[in-house]
Ligand binder design. Structure first.
Ligand code: ATP
Ligand code: MG
Length: 488
């Protein structure tokens, strides 16, 4: 197979060669090249020391991380702007199971390959004069690429013992590449799965995210479970194993969650939707009522949202990701049926859900529906909801859309800043959501005067009531459940 090396990479290899050093293409980039996948980045290994590399390539970024120098190539291509050049190294022992106690530079490429995790990641391709030369492949990585196998370099138990992140990397790579994990490597993962507890949550999260962002995301989650890893990553999901549902589902809670993720991955939905698909029913095991076709799961979306928040926080997901996923889970049960939810109900739906979430919420609903295994005819309803949203989208649904602002209210009612202004705004918004026509200065000013004249206690009650107006889409949901499960 003819391997073509991009010009900027050749230039870096040439620069090293001219200065008397070796240059090899290594790691994931070589692996991807050999199977005809586009490399994510370009990695060169060399016997030059970091200070030599920096001298040869003055345009560089060096963060002193394991001797890797990022050489700036001047290329416009995002993946080629920087070529990573790393000095050969040998790792010392790992007393903490995650960081080598010492990192020593090596002089031979073979020494460097020996520290790498899997055979398919432990090959090197000489770059002489910039051109691809011979393959250095002491662990038969090429054979394993051919048979699509993930196998550790050396004795698996030992290698996982050195750095337990490799447990997650094995699954992630298998899923990303569509490879199988070789038997002895598999057994070692099962046996050593507990070592994951020593690994930082951030690193686990990063591998987990890559696993569920792969097209075969669902297989990845099943593999994590099969290899005893899921319990150390997302034990919340395991609560749904073997928990049967009701007449609307043929799958257990766990199977359904995985199927929902499968659909989300197949349709290239974003990370937040994938996480929500996986966790949307996490509250079901704890809320299950009864058994058989009429089992109920009241409030599982509230309990599930709480469980998801704790789980994602534990895995150190960024705050905005957590908020989004939790919000999607909280509202995934929204009810909509043509003719049963009024325009005011759709406006309240938007207030509660947030217009910016509608798109992802519908994606989640789709994944949920298809993942149930018994999808009902439903898209018409969803299309109708979109039509209704479009119809009401310019209607006021937030205080900033009211024609009167806080300042106007203080002026009209002749009151100082304080909670009273907020109560009045809340009541006005509630009324305008019910009847958008009222969002007009004269009408609102009259109402402000009336409200301001009320005793504080009464006004506050009114505002509280307004805030808790039962959304039809939620009220409808309860009715719907009652009807379906005949628990009037
Ligand atoms: P990706 O395509 O996601 O970049 P990758 O295999 O290149 O996958 P990187 O994290 O970029 O993964 O690592 C580059 C190379 O470094 C790997 O191919 C492997 O040879 C080596 N490597 C990475 N992490 C480890 C580890 N934990 N233990 C041993 N070797 C590792
Ligand atoms: Mg890489």
């Amino acid at each position: 197979m003819k391997i073509s090396i991009p010009e900027p990479v050749k230039e870096v290899a040439n620069g090293l060669g001219k200065a008397g050093y070796e240059a090899y293409l290594v790691g994931g980039c070589l692996r991807d090249l050999l199977i005809g996948r586009e490399p994510k980045d370009w990695d060169i290994a060399t016997d030059a020391r970091p200070e030599d590399i920096q001298e040869i390539f003055p345009e560089n970024v060096y963060e002193n991380e394991f001797g890797t120098v990022g050489v700036k190539t001047g290329s416009e291509e995002p993946k080629l702007k920087i070529v990573e050049v790393t000095t050969f190294r040998i790792e010392g022992s790992y007393t903490d199971k995650r960081h080598p106690d010492t990192v020593k530079f090596a002089t031979k490429v073979e020494e460097d390959l020996a520290r790498r995790d899997f055979t398919v990641n432990a090959m090197a391709l000489t770059l002489k004069g910039g051109e691809a030369g011979e393959l250095v492949d002491p662990y038969k990585g090429k054979e394993d690429l051919k048979s699509r196998t993930i196998r550790t370099v050396g004795e698996p138990g030992e290698r996982f013992g050195e750095d337990a992140l490799r447990l997650m990397r094995a699954v992630r790579l298998a899923v990303e590449l569509g490879f199988d994990i070789e038997m002895a490597t598999r057994r070692a993962i099962e046996k050593e799965s507990g070592l994951l507890e020593a690994i930082s949550k951030e690193r686990i999260r990063d591998e987990f995210v890559k696993t569920i962002m792969a097209p075969e995301a669902a297989k990845g989650v099943l593999l994590l479970e099969e290899l005893n890893l899921l319990i150390h990553v997302l034990p919340e999901l395991r609560e749904g194993i073997g928990v049967s549902q009701n007449l609307h589902h043929i799958y257990s809670v766990f199977e359904h969650s995985v199927k929902a993720l499968e659909y989300a991955a197949k349709n290239d939905f974003p990370l937040e939707v994938r996480l929500a698909a996986l966790l949307h029913d996490a509250g079901k095991p704890r809320t299950k009522g009864g058994e058989g076709p009429n089992a109920t799961f009241y409030n599982h979306e509230v309990v599930g949202a709480r469980l998801a928040a704790a789980a994602l926080d534990r895995l150190r997901f960024p705050k905005n990701t957590i908020e989004k996923v939790v919000h999607l889970i909280r509202y995934h049960m929204f009810y909509y049926n043509v003719g049963e939810v009024s325009e005011a109900g759709v406006r309240r739906f938007l207030v509660r859900v947030g217009p910016e979430y509608v798109d992802d919420l519908l994606k989640l609903r789709e994944a949920d529906r298809i993942g149930s295994g018994v999808p009902k005819a439903f898209p018409y309803k969803l299309r109708h909801l979109l039509y209704m949203i479009d119809k009401v989208k310019r209607d006021p649904i937030s205080p900033k859309m009211l024609v009167l602002k806080g300042n106007d209210i203080m002026e009209i009612a002749k009151i100082p800043p304080g909670p009273k202004v907020g109560w009045i705004l809340t009541v006005l918004l509630e009324e305008v959501i019910t009847e958008p026509k009222w969002n007009e200065k004269g009408r609102l000013a009259e109402r402000v005067k009336e409200l301001a004249a009320m005793p504080d206690e009464k006004l506050r009650e009114l505002a509280e009531k307004a805030e808790f107006t039962k959304e039809e889409f939620e009220a409808g949901l309860e009715e719907d459940i009652k009807k379906k499960f005949k628990v009037q």
